[in-house]
Each structure stands twice: as structure tokens, then as C-alpha cells.
Design a protein around this ligand. Structure first.
Ligand code: PLP
Length: 441
């Protein structure tokens, strides 16, 4: 079968049988899939139509070690051919899960020391909320059930995670949410204090935050924000949970995003980069204190668990993935290439009229598109979807964020990106913005 025939066949089948996650259904039905990928190599992806593109998003902020790593395939095969799966319910265990939990306790911020495994970030978030609430039940404070999160936050799409997500369109997608969630301004610790006071501190279980907000448009918190937040949580006896699903495992130029802020969480959600997306895995870590209290106060069974909690193959791949991150010094590379990326954005800002604020931390970056660089006035309709489409045509995948009236391009290339590839990314991006800018002038 020629490629063209195969593309036609798969396009029809895709339209008919495949309901895509977080995708414009109308576009799928009219144009078919944007890409049908066949292969990946480092920062590059190849598709059935013969295109090669730079994966400027590490797919979904997760392919940290880059595509096509045979070592991870080997780790999965070795584990699958000895013990692919066994349950961790009823205290059953397996070596990869134990070893990974131990490894995480060494690399995670503060004194996070025990891990509950999930299959991804949404499950990790729902687990964190349930464990936080259960903690307060154990402590005899059953009224502490509210979870506070931030505007512009994204925590996933399970019912709890959707309810915690500050980006309203995700909550409005459904007409009934989980109760006992409330929201604070994303950049103001004062707002956290005000909401705690208004809701009643004795009703709050936990506050959750991403160290750098990703899907909400790459918003880097003010330097002292998390130290202030930590102090407020301590003052009101509220658990502080960090969502490191994107920022974990080197993405921001440190192992975890919270290292930039010097504030230790009571719990931490992770996923994505733990396996670089090669197999699904996530989890929640508890601080030594919380873990100890859990163990001392719990009488019955911990009635929360996923079939795939502690999946041996997923954990074996994660262990190998973390070895690669360390052996290849990918965290230092993320830091260096992150600076390169931000400098590139600044250069584009000096070249292009429609580029407003540029920002980033490590290999997470955001560019605001504006009508007027001086006043930061925006275009009436967002331009970023057009720029993303233009970039894709020219060989670069990036993402648009248009929530909350934003007109923002976001980037998160793999941690293996080198200088030459970064220059290409910047060049394609500049050309793409220029092409759209021309049409506006
Ligand atoms: N938390 C954050 C910060 C995320 O960015 C995401 C996904 O992008 C999630 C949670 C949800 O993770 P998953 O899609 O693996 O359920």
C-alpha cells in the first residue's frame, strides 16, 4: 500500500472510530488527524506523510529524554518477560516499585519519603486530595475537606483534578463537579490568606499548586511566592501539595520545580517525566511526617488503589529513565538550553512587533502575542492558533493557550535538545510569527 492510500485509510478510520483527547472534534471530522506519527528520534518526530518536525512540546511536556530511546524499550522488555505485572494490593510488592520509591525519596524535595503510585497525573491529583482528606479524618478534624487551588492552574481531568483546575473552560465542560474546591489568585499569597479566612481555616484540608503553571500558559510564580505560601499553610495548619507533573524530573533545570523556591511540600504529585512518557506512571509522595502519622494513626485498610499502582514494568522503565537523566546530565542541559531558549525568545521579541512578554524557567517557555508591544493590548481574536499551524507547516510543534483571554505560545522541548536544534526551533518560530505578523499589518 502506498503511503497516500494508507493515510487515506487511516484518516477515515480515525474520523469514524477515534475520539481524540482534548481535540477540536470539528477539525478532526473535516481535516482528519493533524499528524499520524510513525517514529521519533531525539527531539524529532516523523509522520506518515513524510514530514519531520521538532517536537517543541516533548509531546505533552513529558518526553524528557527524547524519542526513540532503545534503553527504555529494553528495560520494558526485560521486565515484561520476567514479571510484566503483579498487583500491589493486600501488601503484595515487587522490586522495581520498591526500588523506584526509594530512589524518589532521594531525589524529591524536602523530606518527601513515601510514594503512592498511580498511572498518571490526574490520578495522582485525585489521590492527593483523598489522602489529604483522609489524613484529617485520622487526625479527628473531619471538617477539613476543602482543597484550594489557583486560577490558571491545570491538574488533570479526573473528577477531583477537574474540580481543582483553575482554567474554567475545563470545569465548564461538565455540569457537575466535585464539592469542596475553591480558588485563589495564581500570583498572590495574600489571596490565599483571604480565601482561607473567608472559608474558615478549620474547613481547609490542603492547598495545591504547580511550581510553574504549564497548561495555563507557563506562568512562573514570583520569587517569594512559595515561601510565603508555605508559611501561610503552616500558620493555618493546612497541607501544602505541589503538582510537579510537568515540572518534575529536570524540566525546569532542577530535578523538581520547587527547588527554585526553597519551600518543601507535605505532598507532591508527579507523572509524565518520571518515565518520559514511554509507559504511563504517576504518583503522590508524602513527607516523612505525614507518612509517619498515616502509619501511626491508620487502623484499617488504606481503601484507595488503582489496579496499576506500583506496576512493575512502568516502575522498571522509570528507574532506567532516571538513570539516563542523571548519566547524560540532562538537568544541566535543560538549564543551559532553557537560557538559550529564553534568549532566543528575547531576540524574537526585538524583531517582531507582535511579541509581548516572553518568559520561562528551564525548558518551559511562553510567548505572549500582542497587538501593541508597548501597551500589551491584545488582538480581538487570538492569533496563536494560526502561528501554531504555521510553525507546524515549517517543522515545529508548539502549543497555543487561549484561556482567560490569553494569546500565548508555549514550549517544552525534550531535555536532550542541543544548541543547533534550539537555533532551528527559534528560527522556525521567528519565521512563523513573521508570516502571521505580515498578514496583520
Ligand atoms: N497536573 C499537571 C500540572 C498537568 O500538566 C497535567 C497534565 O498535563 C496533569 C496534572 C494531568 O496529568 P495526566 O494527563 O497524566 O492525567
Amino acid at each position: 500500500m502506498t503511503n497516500l492510500k494508507l493515510i487515506q485509510e487511516l484518516t477515515e478510520l480515525d474520523k469514524k472510530h477515534f475520539l481524540h483527547p482534548t481535540s477540536p472534534i470539528e477539525q478532526q471530522q473535516e481535516q482528519g488527524a493533524a499528524f499520524i506519527f510513525t517514529e521519533g528520534n531525539g527531539v524529532h518526530l516523523h509522520d506518515l506523510a513524510g514530514n519531520t518536525v521538532i517536537d517543541g512540546m516533548s509531546s505533552l511536556w513529558n518526553v524528557n529524554v527524547g524519542h526513540g530511546r532503545k534503553e527504555l524499550g529494553q528495560a520494558a522488555m526485560d521486565q515484561m518477560s520476567t514479571l510484566a505485572f503483579t498487583s500491589c494490593f493486600a501488601t503484595f510488592s515487587n522490586e522495581p516499585a520498591i526500588r523506584l520509591a526509594e530512589k524518589l525519596s532521594h531525589i524529591a524535595p524536602g523530606d518527601l519519603s513515601a510514594t503512592f503510585f498511580t498511572s498518571g497525573g490526574s490520578e495522582a491529583n485525585d489521590t492527593a486530595y483523598k489522602l489529604a482528606r483522609h489524613y484529617w479524618i485520622l487526625k479527628g478534624q473531619e471538617n477539613r475537606k476543602k482543597i484550594i487551588s489557583r486560577t490558571k492552574s491545570y491538574h488533570g481531568v479526573a473528577m477531583g483534578a477537574t474540580s481543582a483546575t483553575g482554567l474554567k473552560p475545563f470545569r465548564d465542560f461538565t455540569n457537575s463537579l466535585a464539592p469542596d474546591f475553591c480558588y485563589v489568585d495564581h500570583a498572590s499569597s495574600q489571596s490565599l490568606r483571604e480565601v482561607i479566612e473567608a472559608e474558615g481555616p478549620e474547613t481547609i484540608a490542603a492547598f495545591i499548586a504547580e511550581p510553574v503553571q504549564g497548561a495555563g500558559g507557563v506562568h512562573v510564580a514570583p520569587v517569594n511566592y512559595f515561601k510565603e505560601v508555605r508559611a501561610i499553610c503552616d500558620e493555618y495548619d493546612i497541607l501544602f501539595i505541589t503538582d510537579e507533573v510537568i515540572t518534575g524530573f529536570g524540566r525546569t533545570g532542577t530535578y523538581f520545580g520547587m527547588e527554585h523556591y526553597g519551600a518543601a511540600p507535605d505532598m507532591m504529585c508527579f507523572a509524565k517525566g518520571v518515565t518520559s512518557g514511554y509507559v504511563p506512571l504517576g504518583g503522590v509522595m508524602l513527607s516523612e511526617r505525614i507518612h509517619q502519622e498515616f502509619t501511626e494513626l491508620s487502623k484499617g485498610t488504606l481503601l484507595h488503589g488503582y489496579t496499576y499502582s506500583g506496576h512493575p514494568t512502568a516502575c522498571a522503565v522509570a528507574i532506567r529513565n532516571l538513570e539516563i537523566i542523571e548519566q547524560e546530565h540532562l538537568i544541566a542541559n535543560a538549564k543551559a538550553m532553557g537560557e538559550e531558549m529564553l534568549n532566543g525568545f528575547k531576540w524574537i521579541q526585538s524583531e517582531r512587533e507582535i511579541v509581548g512578554e516572553v518568559r520561562g524557567l528551564g525548558l518551559m517557555g511562553g510567548i505572549e502575542i500582542v497587538k501593541n508591544q508597548h501597551t500589551q493590548e491584545r488582538f480581538q481574536a487570538p492569533l496563536v492558533p494560526q502561528i501554531v499551524a504555521e510553525a507546524a507547516k515549517r517543522g515545529l510543534i508548539c502549543r497555543s493557550v487561549v484561556f482567560d483571554g490569553q494569546d500565548t505560545l508555549v514550549f517544552a522541548p525534550p531535555l536532550v535538545i542541543n544548541k543547533r536544534e534550539m537555533s532551528q526551533l527559534i528560527e522556525i518560530l521567528n519565521d512563523s510569527i513573521q508570516a502571521i505578523e505580515k498578514g496583520m499589518m
